[in-house]
Design a protein around this ligand. Structure first.
Ligand SMILES: C[S@@+](CC[C@H](N)C(=O)[O-])C[C@H]1O[C@@H](n2cnc3c(N)ncnc32)[C@H](O)[C@@H]1O
Length: 204
């Protein structure tokens, strides 16, 4: 097991998913952006670093039927599946480090809330962008969010790179056109506020 997966398995085994700082009872902004930019319920959606987020379950409830969640932590995906009970089999679960992952198909929506910001070196960021390109076709939508320039410098004890939608878009390269940007003040279960950016991009 890599050091990265050990870190995340340890986090998810030592805390309830409702106690982690990034917990959202309902990921309203992500859902709103997916509804707006991929309204067709046949759109395929993958949540990258989805953890135990209820996003995929909410999309399933809204009748999206081609859903996948990828995470480096097997422990968190087991929790997410347990939470879904019998509906878990309607979602594809992928345990992988996104920087080493070789996608075997493509999705029309790539969603990532608070994974990319953990990739602090160029090589890991380049590997993520290669996976993003391999997993999406022209016309696909990428919704990527993370800590904003006025957000925290660390998440889960790890350093992060803070972006706004424009700097994120520049890092992804010219194949991804920035369509929309949002900001969110996320209130953690501990009561502090973390500033997030959201970028919506279309692959040309
Ligand atoms: C801050 S949490 C966000 C979880 C979820 N997106 C949410 O908004 O609730 C970051 C997630 O990314 C996963 N992760 C971190 N590095 C990863 C990597 N290199 N490949 C895949 N998943 C990773 C972690 O296991 C964790 O579930």
């Amino acid at each position: 097991m890599s050091g990265r997966s050990e870190h995340w398995d340890r986090v998810y085994r030592s805390k309830r998913e409702t106690d982690v700082s990034w917990y959202q009872a309902k990921p309203e902004l992500s859902l709103a952006l997916i509804r707006e930019y991929a309204p067709d319920k046949n759109s395929s959606v993958i949540d990258i670093g989805g953890g135990a987020s209820p996003l995929a379950a909410e999309l399933l409830r809204e009748s999206y039927r081609d859903l996948a969640v990828l995470d480096i932590s097997a422990a968190t995906l087991e929790k997410a599946k347990d939470n879904l009970g019998g509906n878990a089999s309607n979602i594809e679960w992928i345990v992988a480090d996104v920087t080493e992952w070789k996608p075997e198909r493509q999705w029309s929506v790539w969603h990532d809330r608070a994974l990319f910001h953990f990739l602090t070196d160029d090589a890991a960021q380049d590997a993520y962008i290669r996976a993003l390109n391999a997993a999406t076709a022209p016309g696909a939508i990428a919704i990527i969010s993370g800590f904003a320039p006025d957000g925290p410098e660390k998440c889960s004890g790890l350093s992060v790179v803070r972006y706004d939608a424009k700097s994120l878009s520049a890092r992804l390269g010219e194949r991804f056109d920035l369509l929309a940007e949002k900001r969110e003040a996320h209130e953690t279960p501990g009561g502090s506020v973390q500033k997030f950016y959201y970028a919506v991009l279309r692959k040309s």
